[in-house]
Design a protein. Sequence first.
Length: 312
Amino acid sequence: MRISTRVPDLSALDLLLSVIELGSLGRAAQAHGISQPSASSRIRYLEQLVGAPVLRRTSLGSTPTTEGRAIALIAREVIAAAQCLDAEISQLRSRRDAHLQVAASQTIVEYLFPQWLKELRADSPQTAVTLDACNSAQVVTALEEGRAQLGFMESPCPPQELDRQTVARDELLIVVSPQHPWARRTAITVEELADATLLQREVGSGARTAFERALKAPVPQWQPTTPLELSSTAAIKSAAVRGLAPAVLSSLAVTQEVKTGALTAVKVTGLRIQRSLLAVWPTGQRLTGPSRQLLAIARRTAHRQMRRGGTV
């Protein structure tokens, strides 16, 4: 149902009731935290809609006209209903803010989210958090189906129906065990990399998508072959340490292993895979409460954590 343009906004009605209650436009303006000229402007707006004066102004104050009393009679019910609506919306937001549902890709979950959660808990200990650890494609699905209010993903190409904001930057590395022939090389070529069987995440993961897009740029004829596909970063890392095959992993995931020598980062001539780690949410949906809070924490702490750990 479309509301008529003759219906005044709530602020004008609320001000009229205050003038009648307090007996003065100036005192009503003060009670509403506005200037007297602004209050006068709202009353004039109301009178233009009604087509008649709603207040009688004298040196002793302001009193309602017959038309003003008629408007005020209905306005009290309207303002009371608006207050009930406001209270209901506040309760709905309070219930929503009490439980934050997040979907995030595995690298973010394992290496960034714990610190984010620690800071969120310190700021809002009353907020319950549910985290769905998945791949980037599944993050999109969780948002589309309403199973998450906020998502974090590594995919270089999020769908247009999601708003996004970069929270950190990362680099994908080719890593091998120290016994692998590549570990003794200064660098390998992109052609050698394209011909190799690699340990990778499953289709739909941000790391897999970013790697395939990056490799096709210098080797346009390259087509993905069947890799050694594992759905866990930890499993890929463990297999690489044991010498099963070279692995494609986030620099966040292998910082310690490269530092200790358990894995060796291999330089690939003409190829460097840098990517953005994104916060995503449905387009047009305004982040509020814990969602907005978590996004701010993610931007702040992810940069801080990457400066401490660094990218290899």
